[in-house]
Write a protein that binds this ligand. Sequence first.
Ligand SMILES: NC(=O)c1ccc[n+]([C@@H]2O[C@H](COP(=O)([O-])OP(=O)(O)OC[C@H]3O[C@@H](n4cnc5c(N)ncnc54)[C@H](O)[C@@H]3O)[C@@H](O)[C@H]2O)c1
Length: 353
Amino acid sequence: MSKKIRVAVIGAGSISEMHLKSYHNNPDAELVAICDLNEGRARAKAEKYDIPNVYTDYNDVMKNPDIDAVSICTWNNSHAPISIASLNAGKHVLCEKPLCKTVEEALEVEETVKRSGKTLQVGFVRRYASNTRIIKQFLENGDLGEIYYTKASCIRKLGNPGGWFSDVERSGGGPLIDVGVHVIDLCWYLMGRPKVKSVSGNTYRKLGNRANVKNLAYYKAADYDANHNDVEDLANAMIRFENGASLLVDVSFTLHAKEDELTVKIFGDKGGAELEPALSIITEKYDTILNVTPQINNLSFDFVQGFQDELNYFIEVCQGGKETLSPVQDGVEMMKILCGIYESAEKGTEIVF
Ligand SMILES: NC(=O)c1ccc[n+]([C@@H]2O[C@H](COP(=O)([O-])OP(=O)(O)OC[C@H]3O[C@@H](n4cnc5c(N)ncnc54)[C@H](O)[C@@H]3O)[C@@H](O)[C@H]2O)c1
């Protein structure tokens, strides 16, 4: 029988619910601690999930020898310090995306992973989703040929979550680092993780957070506050890879767009695919172009099941049965891309690596 993994969840805000629920559902995981700066919030989760230990300082989590692994669900500015402390305390880490705020921090986390011998899984949840796993099989078998172009959009017409999300000090940036990270990673992962050659990006702060808008609901931080906003509302970028492939992306917290939009498209020399808004494969047979729709439960990303699959995978990694699908090195590479785009936008030039 495999060892039960004893888990602490650090950060008890919105996304922690997905982690707590998924661990709770996994018979090989045991929730033993919860930690949040806001004690009431941590206690409420402890009560809901019957968690015995409640902390307000993550350093106290590290002192508990009965914890094998931690999930980090805090603001982005604490991802690196909490990851480093956890690894140094001999615990495996599942760190929510983005890995951290800067490339320097990312390299420090990577170094600590190597030194500690523990695993850090970056929370690139979409890699674990069924539509990604299915298309990956087609890619690995060469059905789409070589992927030379990918294109992704994650456009919110209204959806600056406020609070820490719109405070660059705590978030590291706006929609690019928050939601852009998911779609850029997905494209890059499906392209086979080619080495980045250069990035060219633009960021705009034209519309503010539009907290004035009425009659339209959107996702908000646990501590919503619309008073502070110094992140971009729109970002776009062209990413070039050493193998000649390219990736085009645009993301927004708000934009005068008619509809929200989530698209992820990959194009190869034998076929193409759309992952979002719905999995579809484009191919050619007997001189006719075909759009193929797989018969599967979910053609697009299933939020709840995606987290369950990601956390189940992490537990198996902690038990020593598997290598993670989203290792720290990929988190570092993603920080290079994201920070490169911000630098390019600031300087108004292409950044060559
Ligand atoms: N994978 C996904 O699809 C997804 C979705 C949403 C959020 N996230 C990520 O999850 C993280 C949290 O986002 P959220 O939406 O839950 O935010 P949130 O504001 O709802 O919750 C964050 C919680 O972390 C706590 N916190 C902050 N710093 C802390 C510290 N040093 N020690 C203990 N607690 C601390 C806050 O008090 C708050 O309760 C972010 O990194 C975000 O990017 C990922």
